[in-house]
Design a protein around this ligand. Structure first.
Ligand SMILES: [Zn+2]
Length: 91
């Protein structure tokens, strides 16, 4: 794993920890930083990162807390508190 990928991983952990502490703004800050690192290094973000962050508002999503998850037509639909939906194939 190179340094940029490690940084993204670390920022993902920090975002998750901040979200768990109810520090939503701090979590968003880490999510944005991780996105920036990925962009600058032309890396794609890990799948778990994509699934647990909102593309619209950069929130770190916690199902049952600031996001709702439902299954629909073989897809997982995650709805952020900001109203943004994301759909993923069910695995
Ligand atoms: Zn959102």
């Amino acid at each position: 794993m190179d340094i940029a990928a490690e940084r993204i991983d670390r920022l993902h952990d920090l975002a998750r920890a901040a979200a768990a502490d109810g520090e939503d703004e701090r979590a968003k800050h880490y999510v944005r930083l991780a996105r920036r690192v990925a962009e600058r290094n032309r890396l794609s973000l890990p799948r778990t990162f994509k699934r647990f962050t909102c593309d619209a508002c950069d929130a770190y999503l916690r199902p049952g807390v600031n996001a709702r998850v439902r299954l629909q037509d073989g897809h997982v639909v995650i709805t952020c508190d900001c109203g943004h939906h994301a759909r993923y194939p069910y695995e």
